[in-house]
Design a protein around this ligand. Structure first.
Ligand code: IFM
Length: 424
């Protein structure tokens, strides 16, 4: 569907893809991270695409790209314990070099420095949603998603720095996360969900005040994933996703679809209603809702969302693509082909869905100092058994659920002995 190598590979997508295979080939992930970080600008932002053959980057001006590097590095170190990687010198896109830690620090600084009238990060040409193009002559478009990403990135930095015994540096990131969370809750809460952005004239996008594009998936999933949403708002926001965006074929990106082109919104409003970013069921961000549901403790819903886009669980006469591969998008309910898959293979869904199902539903996830077991499963499950290889040991994990709860670990035994907490 795309010329692939002609255009290069996405900086953001490649970082996210590592989340899905870091447990299998960590050495390859390390190399990929080095290649990606080498296309970062010294100012902290990054090239939008890079070519794996020439290792050169191209295009600039997206507001989210650089932040994805923080998650890929954090997950790599949680998986491997390779904290020495942080001091490795890696080039920027010029002749200069900095340690990997400096690359990450610059990435956060870039988003902290480049904010707009509401104190939220500028949207640039686009954020994760390539087609929400809010930048105009005033350069005032702001992204709530990037603000939420910044909060999680700052929290990841803090946890990492505490682990490598740099508490003073960590404190600065705690402060960034706290300040930005507060800001988001002040300027982006819409009563039942989080707005998506502000355009170049500071008009709100993704609000009940809008006629179309009133609610977007991304800023709901990330409100919960980043911990920005206090508990009551987290539940409300996820209930709003269920009410307005959930379908039997997956979660729609935004509703209602745009029926006309709006220059102030860009490409998102140029697609036919129900396709691509204009209210298609974009599969890549669906797992963000699953993860958020797990954080909220609602395992039945998390698994329901998982199955809604899972290729083999779909009717092949409706989905009409290979029954073993994720699609970039499934036509949304505003389109006559509702439920039909489009652009199979061309998607970042696999990695994120693997993260959602293995690290949040099954709930086995590496942390810097151990393997966390924190399942969020449907209540009726009796339990499950899983094997997880982690840092040269294989953990044979049996989960029993006699109380039929979704979440919450009451006790853990390792080799016959009870331990404190749920980290092995
Ligand atoms: O996030 C992007 C991705 O980088 C490329 N395909 C479309 C997605 C959503 O706009």
């Amino acid at each position: 569907y795309e010329s692939g190598i002609g255009r290069g590979m996405g900086f953001r997508d490649s970082n996210q893809d590592t989340l899905g295979f870091v447990h299998m080939v960590p050495e390859k992930v390390k190399q990929r991270i080095i290649d990606l970080a080498s296309t970062q600008f010294e100012e902290g932002d990054a090239h939008h695409q890079y070519s794996p053959l020439t290792k050169k980057g191209r295009e600039r001006g997206y507001s989210d790209d650089h932040l994805w590097l923080i998650y890929s590095v954090a997950e790599y170190i949680k998986e491997t314990g390779d904290t020495g990687f942080l001091s490795e010198k890696i080039p920027y896109n010029n002749e200069k070099k900095g340690t990997l830690l400096e690359h990450l620090e610059k990435a956060v600084d870039y988003s902290v420095k480049n904010t707009g009238p509401h104190g939220l990060p500028l949207s640039g040409f686009a954020d994760w949603n390539d087609c929400l193009n809010l930048r105009g002559p005033n350069n005032k478009g702001e992204s709530v998603l990037v603000a939420q990403m910044l909060v999680l990135a700052a929290k990841e930095m803090s946890a990492l720095l505490k682990f490598v015994k740099e508490p003073n540096k960590a404190a600065r990131y705690d402060e960034i996360a706290e300040k930005m969370s507060k800001r988001i809750n002040e300027v982006a809460w819409d009563g039942a969900w989080y707005v998506r952005a502000y355009d170049d004239n500071s008009n709100v996008v993704g609000s009940k005040k809008n006629k179309e594009g009133r609610i977007f998936l991304e800023s709901q999933g990330w409100a919960v994933m980043s911990g920005v949403a206090p508990e009551e708002r987290a539940i409300k926001t996820l209930d709003s996703v269920e009410e307005h965006l959930a379908t039997e074929h997956g979660v729609i990106l935004q509703q209602p679809a745009y029926s006309d082109y709006h220059k102030s919104l860009g490409d998102v409003s140029s697609y036919p209603p129900g396709l691509k970013e204009n209210a298609g069921i974009f599969c890549h961000p669906n797992p963000w809702v699953m993860i958020a549901e797990c954080i909220a403790g609602r395992g039945d819903r998390a698994l329901w969302y998982y199955k809604a886009i899972l290729p083999p669980s779909k009717d092949p006469d409706v989905r009409r693509v290979e029954p073993y591969i994720y699609c970039q998008m499934v036509a949304g309910r505003d389109h006559p082909d509702f439920g039909e898959g489009k652009n199979s293979w061309l998607t970042g869904t696999s990695a994120w869905n693997f993260v959602a199902v293995s690290k949040y539903i099954i709930g086995i996830r590496p942390d810097y100092d151990g393997l966390v077991v924190d399942p969020c499963i449907p209540e009726k499950w009796e339990g499950f058994r899983a094997a997880r290889k982690f840092r040269n040991a294989v953990y044979d994990i049996s989960v029993d659920n006699p109380g039929h709860v979704s979440k919450g670990v009451s006790s853990v035994k390792v080799d016959g002995k009870f331990i404190e907490g749920n980290k092995l």
